[in-house]
Ligand binder design. Structure first.
Ligand code: GLN
Length: 307
């Protein structure tokens, strides 16, 4: 039996030619500055074993991966009432699409498309100041990762905030249906900060470990969510974590995953490990091209698929 480190290394060796295929996201100007040839991967097991390859310790913009942490917090705050405001079905549309919102009366399909994530952010905000809300979110991510050095990249946050035309459109539209409680600007302020959290693959894999261990961080013993909620967050990642390519990801990789336009993906192997990969060039659906290929090969080698 090869060691975990050897397995990760041979997996990543297989996909070297995939790195650089696709396009770095440029609709958020600061993201366009990231070198296209970056690649990193990390595995952290529920017993605490770690394997790292490439730029696994370099921080990048987690973008929509943050939606998993925000959903976790919002469910802990509001329980099942959150589902009155956001659905649980795959959208079959792009992450920033507005087309379903009118027909479905301002209730987004799921918490991982942008419209759904904006509702989750609004739910997190409640009556707090935007600073308090952002502060709590970053503190909870630091706790999940057991790493207080994790920060928001303010350049990325400001760059997204200054160009958040699409998300502003989605938010105004939902507000017209009464599905936002706070002013659009407050929701966008927090959302753009949340997406600009900078983390490495190692930190991300560590922070997703509770989802691989029935809701409890196996290394600290702290319960983050109960078992049922962990199962449901994983189900959401499996069905909606890659937007209109979620079926494709399930087909190729077969474990719950969540991508971000920074080129990161977290993936959960129940009862075994959490994995994070990063490579900034994206496919047409906005998911990391080389990152997906790496996960596909890792699962093929380890047989970690749940499907
Ligand atoms: N911050 C990005 C946006 O709202 C997140 C999108 C993503 O990572 N898919 O467009």
């Amino acid at each position: 039996m090869q060691s975990l480190q050897t397995q990760l290394e041979s997996t990543c060796r297989l996909i070297q030619n995939e790195i650089g295929i696709g396009k770095v996201a440029n609709y958020i100007p600061a993201l366009a500055q990231v070198p296209p040839d970056k690649f990193g991967a990390a595995i952290v097991t529920v017993t605490g074993e770690t394997a790292l390859v490439g730029a696994a310790q370099e921080a990048f913009s987690i973008q929509s991966i943050s939606k998993v942490f925000a959903l976790t917090e919002a469910l802990n705050l509001h329980g099942i009432n959150l589902w009155n405001r956001v659905g649980r079905e795959p959208s079959g549309n792009a992450f920033n699409s507005i087309v379903q919102l009118e027909k479905e009366k301002g209730i987004p399909r799921n918490p991982f498309i942008n419209a759904g994530a904006l509702v989750v952010t609004d739910a997190l905000l409640g009556n707090q100041s935007t600073e308090d809300c952002t502060g709590k979110l970053i503190a909870s991510v630091q706790t999940l990762a057991s790493d207080s050095s994790i920060l928001i990249n303010t350049t990325v946050a400001e760059s997204e905030r200054a160009t958040a035309y699409r998300n502003a459109g989605l938010a105004h539209f939902m507000q017209s249906f009464g599905n936002l409680n706070r002013p659009v600007n407050d929701v966008l302020d927090v959302y753009c900060q949340q997406c600009a959290i900078a983390m490495s693959c190692e930190q991300l894999a560590r922070s997703a470990l509770y989802l691989a261990n029935n809701g409890t961080d196996p290394l600290t013993g702290k319960q983050i969510v109960d078992e049922e909620r962990a199962r449901r967050i994983n189900a959401m990642m499996m069905l909606c974590g890659h937007y209109d390519a979620s079926g494709e990801f399930a087909h190729r990789v077969g474990i719950p995953g969540k991508s971000g336009v920074g080129g990161g993906i977290i993936a959960v192997v129940p009862n075994i490990a959490a994995v994070a990969v990063w490579s900034p060039c994206l496919n047409a659906n906005g998911n990391s091209h080389a990152g997906t290929a790496a996960l596909e090969n890792l699962v093929r080698l380890t047989k970690w698929n749940v499907l």
